[in-house]
Design a protein around this ligand. Structure first.
Ligand SMILES: *[C@@H]1O[C@H](CO)[C@@H](O)[C@H](O)[C@H]1NC(C)=O
Length: 184
């Protein structure tokens, strides 16, 4: 296998292996962050919790967003897996100028852009991200993340984030905390 393919393979398989229970019906349509500022969102975010649970995944997951000269977004994600730092770079775009909080991110020119919606953020502490893909409008597969500017967030902030997802008809009952210990 070429190294590039080896890197992409888990990403290609990820939606299949983690969608153990598909949700019936089309994607929910949650509200997103009003007056979203891309500029304030840039920089380093740590993964605090994610949906769905993925076992055998790395720890210390973080993503660094930065603006490129062509107005697209450089997305660099990293994790520590089996003691090794692994990095992957993608490109983010605003797919709809009327909805700047609805980004699309692709990790390879051969892969389509996946939705990456910022449902809510205060830019300085936490951000709630949602990604949902319809499958024939019969069912949908979704991913959700709570991100933090620090490796851990107060329990109250995490509880509030889960409430926001739930009130947007997103089932986060299987959301799990990400491992951010022993990273630095
Ligand atoms: C994030 O990316 C920017 C632009 O590439 C870089 O200058 C900065 O050092 C990066 N920050 C971290 C924490 O990796």
């Amino acid at each position: 296998m070429t190294p590039l393919f080896a890197l992409l393979l888990p990403l290609l398989l990820l939606p299949l292996v983690s969608a153990q229970v598909p949700h019936w019906g089309p994607c929910p349509e949650p509200a997103v962050q009003p007056a979203f500022s891309m500029k304030k969102f840039m920089g380093r975010w740590f993964e605090i919790a994610k949906l769905p649970a993925q076992f055998e995944k790395g720890k210390c997951i973080e993503t660094n967003f930065s603006m490129k000269a062509d107005q697209t977004i450089r997305v660099v994600s990293s994790e520590i897996l089996k003691g090794e730092l692994r990095t992957i770079e993608g490109t983010g775009v605003t797919e709809d100028l009327k909805n700047p909080a609805k980004l699309g991110i692709s990790y390879s020119y051969v892969l389509p852009y996946s939705p990456y919606w910022i449902l809510s953020t205060d830019y300085e502490n936490s951000a709630l991200i949602y990604s949902c893909t319809d499958v024939l409008r019969l069912f949908h597969m979704d991913f959700a993340w709570i991100l933090g500017r620090t490796r851990t967030l107060p329990a109250a902030t995490v509880d509030k984030a889960r409430e926001i997802f739930t009130s947007s008809n997103i089932d986060v009952s299987r959301m799990v905390a990400s491992r951010q210990q022993g990273c630095d």
